[in-house]
Design a protein around this ligand. Sequence first.
Ligand SMILES: [Zn+2]
Length: 120
Amino acid sequence: MNQYTNDAGQMLCQICKEEMPFKKRNGEYYFEAIEELSKDYFSKEHEAQFLALCPLCAAMYKEFVKLDENAMRALKNALMNSEDPEVSLDLGELKTSVRFVESHWQDIKTILQESGPISQ
Ligand SMILES: [Zn+2]
C-alpha cells in the first residue's frame, strides 16, 4: 500500500485523491484496506485485491458498491475493459473514480482475468 504515497510523502486515497486525514501514533497514515469486490470474484487472496481508501470513501464504497451486486459487476467489467488505470465510479449521488498506480493496475487486471467469469 506504500505505492499510494506520492513524491511528497503523502499517502493519497484512491477515490477522493486527497491525503489520508490523519497519521497514527506510530507516524504511519491511517487508511482502510477495502477489498475491491466480494469473495465471489476472487479465487485467491492477493494484496492487489485491496483499495487504499480514506475512512469516508471506504464507508461509501462499502455502502454503494459492496452491498450492490450490480455495481460490483459493473465495476469488474470496467476494470477489465479499461485501458486507463482509472475507472469511473458512482457512489450514490457522487460521480467519482478509482485511480490505481500502474503496478497495482496490472496486478488487479491479471487477477480478474485469472478468476474468469463468475457464475450467477
Ligand atoms: Zn477518500
